[in-house]
Write a protein that binds this ligand. Sequence first.
Ligand code: MG
Length: 165
Amino acid sequence: MGCPYRIGYGNDLHRLAPGKPLVLGGVRIEHSLGPEAHSDGDVLLHATVDALLGAAALGDIGELFPDTDVRYRGMDSSIFVRRSIELLRDRGWRPVNVDAVVLAQAPRLGPYKTAIRQHLAEMLGLGVEQVSVKAKTGEKVGPIGLQEAIGAEVVVLIEPTGPAA
Ligand code: MG
C-alpha cells in the first residue's frame, strides 16, 4: 500500500482598491484598502479552497464557483470552504493540517492571527494547533509591496476518512 496522504496547493491574488472591506480567513480586518472581487475576495479562503480541491484532484474554485454566477456576488467565501470540505468528505477525504501564508504589505496581521486560525480550524474540522497562518510583506516592491494587490498561498494535507481500500 502506498502513502495514504495527499497534498494540495492553492494560491490567490486580488487587486486592492480604496474603501473595500478586507476579509481574511473569514475575519474582518480594519484597513483602508480591500479586494476588488465578485465574492468577498477573501484570498486566504480562496487559496484554501484550491488547496483542498487540488489535494483530492477535484478541479478548482473557478470551475466549482464561477465568478459569472450571480449567486456568488458578494458571497461569504466561508461557503466555498464548507462546500469543498463536503465534496472531499463525499469522496472519503478529510484535512490533516493546513499551512498558509498571507502576502500583504499592510496591515500587520499579528492581532488577527488567532481569530483567523480559529475560524479556519472550525470550518475544516481541525484543532487550532493543526492550522498555521503566517504573513509576509512584499518588501515594498512589486504588486504586493506597493499595496496594489493582496495574495495568499496555502498547502493542505488530506487523509482517508476510513481504512484504505
Ligand atoms: Mg479569489
